[in-house]
Design a protein around this ligand. Structure first.
Ligand code: PEP
Ligand code: MN
Length: 348
C-alpha cells in the first residue's frame, strides 16, 4: 500500500499521515519526490484499511501496490533516485556517470596508494578495494581486515575519494561503518537476509551486487530488504551471471540494466571486471553498460596486476583504466551523461 500526498501537502500533513500509519501498527516510509511525497507502508500482513488513510488531510490517493516489492518500485517514486554524499560532489544516478575503481583487494599501503592516486587522476570519484574478501578457497588471500580499512581511509584523505568496500558479516559491516563511505554487499551475499537487514539500518549507501544466479525480481527483493529497514540509498550492480558460456568468467547481463530501470527508481551500475574475468574484455563490456543506460561502473584496477593477490587477470593497469575512462566519455555523451575528467587532465 502506498499513500500519495497532494502536491501542496504540508510537512505537518505528511507527519500526520505517517503517525496514522504507525497507529495502525505499520511502518511508514516517507519518500519525497520531485513534485510530491509518497509514503510507503510496510509491516502489513494483508490489505491495509485504506479508508482511514484516504480521508486524512493532505492525502491525494491511497493505492495498492501489486508488485511484491514496494519501496524499490517506480510506483512508489517515479523519478530516479540520486545518491549524494556530504563532503563530495560525487553523485550516483545523476547526470554524471559514477566511476568506482581500485584493486580487488587491499594488499599493502604501497599497492593501494599507488593505485588510488592513478584512478583519482583518471577522474574516478570512488575508490573500491576489499578488506574482507569472500574467496572460493579458504587458503586464498582473505583480505587485510581492519588494517585494510585503515589504509582505504588514508587513501580517501590523500586523494579525495569516497571509499566503497565489501561487508561479509555483521562484524565487518560494523567496522566498515567507521571507515568507509559505501557498503558493498557481494554477489555471494545478495540473499544473506540478516546482512541485508543490518545494511538497511546503516547510514551509509549500499552497493548491492546481483547474485550470480539471481533473477531481477530476486535482486529487487534483496534491495527491498535494505529499504524496508529505512536505508533508501541502495545502488544495484550487475556483475555478470553464470551461463553455459565458457569464454568468459561470467556473462554480463546488459539487458538487466534497462529492465531494472523500468521497474525501479534505484540507480544501477555495472561491474565489467567480474563479468569478463580477463582484462582485455573489460573496456568493451564497460562501453556496452554505459550505452545501455547504467549509472556507473565499478572496475578493478591494480598498479601491478600480474602480482595481484586476487583477480589480477581481470584487473586493468592504470594506463588501461585511464584510456577506458577517456573513451567512455564519448559514449556517455551519446546517452546524455558525462564522465568526470579532472581539470588538469582535460587541459592536457
Ligand atoms: C569484488 O567486488 O571483488 C567481488 C568479490 O565481487 P562479486 O561479489 O561480484 O563477486
Ligand atoms: Mn574481485
Amino acid at each position: 500500500m502506498l499513500i500519495l500526498m497532494k502536491v501542496n501537502a504540508t510537512e505537518a500533513e505528511i507527519q500526520g499521515a505517517c503517525h496514522r500509519v504507525e497507529e495502525l501498527g505499520y511502518r511508514p516510509h516517507p519518500l519525497p519526490g520531485a513534485t510530491r511525497c509518497a509514503i510507503g507502508i510496510t509491516g502489513n500482513k494483508g490489505a491495509v484499511e485504506a479508508d482511514s488513510l484516504s480521508q486524512l488531510p493532505g492525502v491525494a490517493e491511497v493505492i495498492a501496490v501489486s508488485k511484491p516489492y514496494k519501496l524499490v518500485s517506480r510506483d512508489m517514486k517515479p523519478e530516479d533516485t540520486v545518491v549524494r554524499f556530504a563532503n563530495s560532489e560525487a553523485t550516483i544516478g545523476g547526470p554524471e556517470f559514477a566511476m568506482m575503481a581500485g584493486p580487488c583487494g587491499v594488499e599493502s599501503r604501497d599497492q593501494l596508494m599507488r593505485t588510488a592516486e592513478t584512478v583519482a587522476k583518471s577522474g574516478a570519484r570512488f575508490l573500491r578495494g576489499g578488506a574482507f574478501k569472500p574467496r572460493t578457497s579458504p587458503y586464498a588471500f582473505q583480505g587485510m581486515g581492519e588494517e585494510g580499512l585503515r589504509l582505504l581511509a588514508q587513501a580517501r584523505e590523500a586523494f579525495g575519494l569516497l571509499v566503497v568496500t565489501e561487508a561479509i558479516d555483521h562484524l565487518s559491516l560494523a567496522l566498515i561503518e567507521q571507515y568507509a563511505d559505501l557498503i558493498q554487499i557481494g554477489a555471494r551475499n545478495m540473499q544473506n537476509f540478516a546482512l541485508l537487514k543490518l545494511a538497511g539500518r546503516s547510514r551509509l549507501p549500499v552497493v548491492l551486487k546481483r547474485g550470480m544466479a539471481a533473477t531481477l525480481d530476486e535482486l529487487l527483493m534483496a534491495a527491498e530488504y535494505i529499504m524496508s529497514e529505512g536505508n533508501y540509498n541502495v545502488i544495484l550492480c550487475e556483475r555478470g551471471i553464470r551461463t553455459f558460456a565458457d569464454h568468459s568468467r561470467n556473462t554480463l547481463d546488459v539487458s538487466l540494466i534497462p529492465s531494472a530501470k523500468r521497474l525501479t527508481h534505484l540507480p544501477i551500475i555495472a561491474d565489467p571486471s567480474h563479468a569478463a574475468g580477463r582484462r582485455d574484455n573489460v573496456a568493451p563490456l564497460a562501453r556496452a553498460a554505459v550505452a545501455a543506460g547504467a549509472d556507473g561502473l565499478i572496475v578493478e584496477v591494480h598498479c601491478d596486476p600480474d602480482r595481484a593477490l586476487s583477480d589480477g587477470a581481470q584487473s586493468l593497469t592504470p594506463a588501461q583504466y585511464d584510456q577506458m575512462a577517456v573513451n567512455l566519455g564519448g559514449i556517455a555523451a551519446l546517452v546524455g551523461r558525462s564522465v568526470y575528467q579532472p581539470t588538469a587532465k582535460a587541459a592536457r
